[in-house]
Design a protein around this ligand. Structure first.
Ligand SMILES: Cc1ncc(COP(=O)(O)O)c(C=O)c1O
Length: 370
C-alpha cells in the first residue's frame, strides 16, 4: 500500500513540477474563453425557462430509469425522443447515452473482433482510444488528416476494418476531409465512424448531416454537453447497428438507462436551437472578429475552437497567467492531452463573448506570440 501511495505522490509531484497538474477549478467569474458552451445555451435564461416548464409538466420524469435500458429502464418517452433525433439527423435509428465518452466506449468496444482492424486519426479523442482498449481488434493510428498514410494503413489492415475520425477536431479546430476519407475507406471495403462532438449544434445537425453523408458512414456520435448546453450523446446509424449495440455493447447494456427528463431536455434543446438560428450566426460573426486580430492559428476560421501556439511551454504558461490575471479565462493544453511539443492555448469562442473581450484577447495573444 505504501509503495502505491508513494508512486502516486511521485507522479503528481512530477506534474506539479512542470506546472501541468490538473485541478478542478470551481465556478469562475472571468470571461469564459475555454468552455464548450459555444452557443451559450448552458447560461441562456430562455432555454432554462423552457427546461423548467418541461420539468414542471412531468415531475416523475426527473427521477431515475430504475434499470438497464434492456430491463425496464427504457421509457416510451425516451424512445420517442430517440426517434425524433434520428429523424432530425436523417438517420434510421438513434440511441441516447449518458455522455459522448460512453457513446464511443459503446461503439468501439463491440463492433469488431480479434483479427479485425480499427484505424484512428492520431488526433481522435481519448474516448475512442479507450473504447478500442475494450476491443480485441488491432488499433492503428494514421497521421492527422493524411489520406496517403490512411491508404497505406488500409492496405495493411487485416479482417474487417473501421476508420474513426472527428468531423471537427476538439483540440485543433480543423475539419476532417470527410468525403475523401469515406471514398478512400469505401475503396478498401472499410466503414467510417464520425465523432461530431464539437460540430453538432454549431453547424446545424453536424457536418455529416449538412453534407448528406448519413448513408455513407456506419455511425455518427453527436454530444449534448457542448453546443447543446446539456449532457449526454446520441449514436446515430442504421436500425441494424443500434440492434447490434443493444445486444452486444456492454457499456449500453450494463448501466442504468437515462432518466426521461434527460431525454426530454435534449429534445427541448433541439427545439430551442431550431427556434434560434441567430445563435449560430452570431457565433460566426464573433469568429470573424477573432480572425481580424491577426493571431497565428491553424484552426478553420469558422471553428469555435481556435488553437493558438506559442514559441514554447514557458511562454504559453506566462501568457496564460497574464490573461488570467486580467480576467480572461483561458486554458493551456499540455501532454498527454496533446502530443509533446504541441502545447497550446485552446481558445473557445461563444455567442456571449463581446467584441471588446475578443479584442482584449487578441491584444494579449499577439503580444506573446511574437
Ligand atoms: C471529440 C470528442 N468526443 C467525445 C467527447 C466526450 O464527450 P462527453 O463530454 O459528452 O463525454 C469529447 C469531449 O470533450 C470530445 O471532444
Amino acid at each position: 500500500m505504501e509503495s502505491l501511495v508513494s508512486s502516486w505522490t511521485k507522479e503528481l509531484d512530477g506534474r506539479a513540477a512542470t506546472a501541468t497538474l490538473r485541478q478542478q477549478q470551481g465556478t469562475r467569474n472571468k470571461v469564459d474563453f475555454c468552455s464548450n458552451d459555444y452557443l451559450g445555451l448552458a447560461r441562456n435564461d430562455a432555454f432554462q425557462a423552457r427546461l423548467l416548464a418541461v420539468a414542471q409538466q412531468e415531475p416523475a420524469a426527473l427521477t431515475g430509469a430504475s434499470g438497464s435500458r434492456i430491463i425496464r429502464g427504457h421509457a416510451d418517452a425516451v424512445a420517442e425522443v430517440e426517434q425524433h433525433i434520428a429523424y432530425t439527423h436523417g438517420n434510421a435509428s438513434a440511441l441516447l447515452v449518458g455522455s459522448g465518452y460512453l457513446a464511443n466506449l459503446a461503439l468501439f468496444s463491440c463492433l469488431l473482433k480479434r483479427g479485425d482492424s480499427i484505424l484512428l486519426d492520431e488526433k481522435i479523442h481519448r474516448s475512442v482510444h479507450d473504447g478500442c482498449k475494450l476491443s480485441m481488434a488491432t488499433k492503428w493510428k494514421f497521421r492527422h488528416n493524411d489520406l496517403t498514410h490512411l491508404e497505406s494503413c488500409l492496405r495493411k489492415a487485416k479482417g474487417r476494418v473501421l476508420v474513426a475520425v472527428e468531423s471537427l477536431y476538439s483540440m485543433d479546430g480543423d475539419f476532417a476531409p470527410l468525403e475523401d476519407i469515406i471514398t478512400l475507406a469505401n475503396r478498401y471495403g472499410a466503414a467510417v465512424i464520425v465523432d461530431e462532438a464539437h460540430a453538432a449544434g454549431v453547424f446545424g445537425c453536424g457536418v455529416v448531416h449538412q453534407k448528406g453523408l448519413q448513408e455513407q458512414v456506419l455511425a455518427t456520435v453527436v454530444t449534448y454537453g457542448k453546443a447543446f448546453g446539456l449532457a449526454g450523446a446520441a449514436i446515430l446509424g442504421s436500425k441494424l447497428l443500434t440492434d447490434y449495440l443493444l445486444n452486444f455493447s456492454a457499456p449500453l447494456i450494463y448501466t442504468t438507462g437515462l432518466p426521461i427528463y434527460h431525454a426530454t431536455a435534449i429534445r427541448t434543446a433541439y427545439g430551442f436551437l431550431a427556434d434560434n438560428p441567430s445563435l449560430a450566426l452570431s457565433l460566426q460573426n464573433l469568429l470573424a472578429r477573432f480572425a481580424q486580430q491577426g493571431m497565428k492559428t491553424t484552426s478553420a476560421a469558422v471553428s469555435p475552437i481556435q488553437s493558438v501556439r506559442f514559441s514554447d511551454s514557458t511562454c504559453l504558461l506566462a501568457a496564460t497567467a497574464v490573461m488570467q490575471q486580467n480576467g480572461l479565462d483561458v486554458y493551456p493544453i499540455f501532454p498527454p492531452t496533446v502530443a509533446v511539443g504541441a502545447e497550446r492555448l485552446r481558445i473557445c469562442m461563444h455567442t456571449f463573448n463581446t467584441p471588446s473581450e475578443i479584442d482584449l484577447l487578441g491584444k494579449y495573444i499577439r503580444a506573446w506570440q511574437q
